[in-house]
Design a protein around this ligand. Structure first.
Ligand SMILES: [Zn+2]
Length: 344
């Protein structure tokens, strides 16, 4: 039965207002009595207290950054015994908590307080080493708790970053199909469908209210599950992510992951010959274009990123693997009005 499979995916998923106050109940249900809690530095006290005052915890540590250096120090300071790891806060804390849980072989509970990318439910963790970002294998969380009211209070730029990371599936799936036809890269129909559908769900209601935030959380969560199903990052990451990774390496002032990815998605979509009118309209409604207009990035950085993007993952076929497509991308970067207004 080669077409059947079993995947490791979260079974506890709570996307609701007030979910933070119910974490102690979730922990009891799972039988976790000695959790390690990692919280983001600077997270408002009223959020932290809702967990610390209600949950039985073995240890609480504050996370300043998501570096391997910090990870080593934190692991060295852990008490025994621990039976799960909880990450409460922003993307860096979630990534570090996920990585520590993976190293210790413990279940991981993700409680993101913003939705700036799909990392809260992805099978990888993004860390830095000596200041440079890299991605390493981890495991999906066993549980994801998103308090919609808490996430709604996160800064607008983080919400827009999440929107950008979600729409990337449009170009990622296109690149994946291209790779399947070009070099026989294995394609997973269901993973691609799940990833694609998550974008359309959000496109139907792209609002920054409880319902829209729930759809964004759902969409980003399904991306992670799709990656786990496919056993690779293809359902959520293509040429648009290569551009963003290149910017992280080359630019002196890189922006939030999802902001870069979203703009690169619109650009790469045009290079791929896709109709990007719906993404254009989405960026207009959500304020994504406006955010970029107010905070433009160096055009030279984006030209550099285009040149170096194919080197980020050698052998990873995308639209940028072909020289004439890179030429087309350079032309669009200079002439498209929407892209141009985001650069200076
Ligand atoms: Zn991403």
């Amino acid at each position: 039965m080669p077409c059947l499979r079993r995947i490791f995916a979260p079974r506890l998923v709570r996307l609701k207002a007030g979910a933070l106050d119910r974490v102690s109940i979730y922990l009891k249900r799972e039988g976790w009595r000695s959790p390690l809690l990692l919280i983001s530095e600077g997270l408002p006290d009223h959020i932290v207290q809702r967990i610390v005052n209600t949950c039985q915890l073995a240890q609480t540590l504050v996370v300043e950054d998501a570096s391997v250096e910090t990870e080593k120090i934190l692991i060295g300071s852990l008490v025994d015994p621990l039976d799960c790891v909880i990450g409460l806060g922003g993307g860096k804390t979630i990534d570090l908590a996920k990585s520590i849980a993976f190293r210790l072989g413990l279940p991981f509970l993700a409680i993101p307080t913003s939705l700036s990318n799909d990392g809260f439910c992805s099978p990888n963790s993004s860390l830095t080493s000596e200041g440079k970002r890299f991605t390493q294998k981890a495991r999906l969380p066993v549980g994801v708790v998103v308090d919609l009211e808490v996430v709604q209070q996160a800064p607008m730029s983080l919400w827009l970053s999440g929107v950008g990371d979600l729409v990337a599936k449009r170009t990622a799936i296109f690149d994946w199909r291209r790779a399947f036809h070009t070099d026989g890269t294995e394609f997973d129909d269901l993973a691609a469908l799940l990833s694609d559908a998550s974008v359309y769900q959000f496109l139907a209601y792209p609002q920054r209210d409880t319902k829209g935030i729930k759809l964004l959380a759902q969409g980003l969560l399904f991306n992670g599950v799709a990656m786990e199903m496919a056993g690779c990052s293809r359902p959520a990451s293509g040429s648009e992510h290569l551009i963003s990774h290149a910017l992280d390496l080359l630019s002196e002032n890189p922006r939030l992951h999802g902001l870069q990815v979203g703009l690169a998605t619109y650009w790469m979509g045009l290079v791929q010959g896709q109709n990007m009118d719906d993404i254009d309209a989405l960026f207009e409604i959500t304020g994504f274009w406006n955010h970029w207009k107010q905070n433009p990035m160096s055009r030279a950085d984006w030209i550099d990123a285009l040149e170096h993007a194919p080197e980020i993952k050698p052998g990873f076929v995308t639209v940028l693997s072909e020289q004439d497509m890179r030429k087309r991308a350079a032309d669009i970067l200079l002439t498209d009005q929407r892209v141009s207004q985001c650069l200076c």
